[in-house]
Design a binder for this molecule. Sequence first.
Ligand code: SF4
Length: 369
Amino acid sequence: MSAELVKELCAWFAREQRDLPWRRTRDPYAVWISEAMLQQTRVETVIPYWRRFLARFPDVRALAAASEDDVVAAWSGLGYYRRARALREAARAIVERHAGACPTTRDEWLALPGVGPYTAGAVTSIALDRPEPLVDGNVMRVFARLFAIDAELGRPATAKRMWERAAELVPRRTRGAVRPRNWNQALMELGATVCLPREPRCERCPVRARCAALAQGRVGELPVVAKRAAPVDVALESLLVRDGERVLLEQRPASGRMARMWELPTRERVPGGARPRLWPAHYAPQLARARIGAQPLSSLQHSITTHRVTVEVRAGRLELEPEAPLRWVRSRDVLDLPLTGIARKVLVSLTVAPSARRRASSSAARTPH
Ligand code: SF4
């Protein structure tokens, strides 16, 4: 049964796969970057970022030699910035340990900082056609349905079971379309395009005859997912202070969430229109006498993991020259900085030069974070 399943799904993938730019290369570096970007982010969003990133950092050495700020700036708008920092750290380790050549084994990849089992399996199987398993959210959903596995997703024991199943199924040899590269991508492709979370397209599924959930009438029940926490509403107020062609930004502290990224001066509001809270302490004294517009210039929505953020943007004026961590930045340069997702949205919509806005519109407007 397993051999037939693998054969049918690999044949389907060879016929039906989407034409994605990273599928036209066997360069492990390019595949690695695509896999890092695709975690938590939609394919359509990733495509322009992947192209720009590779144009700017075409190989491991270029990425290793770049400053953290440059790498995070190239990532700006994709969210989950620790991925960008981890890529740079791993690139530096590859230069040190492997003279700049991408590793060829799963264990070598796993030894790099920030590289986990999924990435190690993805790069070695997809780029190098090694018989290494991989499991991501799509694969878990497909396995849960195909094999009617009713263990709850998110539990370590369930993940272990899924990885064991993936290891059993990955082809050891290559025979035509049946090869590790095709099998692993076929599983993820099936989850992304056919075996969808809410409305799986079973009528179009190439392995429906082998699907236990379909045979048992349990497609709607599987996979078993723990209840999600309710989204948390967060209300913020950002201050837009302009001085001719310059805009006032703050660089966040060197540690903690979104470390060293740039944003507009921002403070929390209590939802429901009550008075805003205080400005962050490290620049509050500089804004103590700022004049703040009575009416908001605009209001934006933004989602970060389980948080639904509403940002009110107000115009402001400073009486004094700003000091660190506040700084004037020319409008045409702002998009070259590593900006937080919220700052990017606000600046693209309200302030930046038209040329910069055009540059950003293909990416930031589609960014989910
Ligand atoms: Fe998923 Fe339906 Fe195919 Fe089963 S038949 S694997 S539930 S798409």
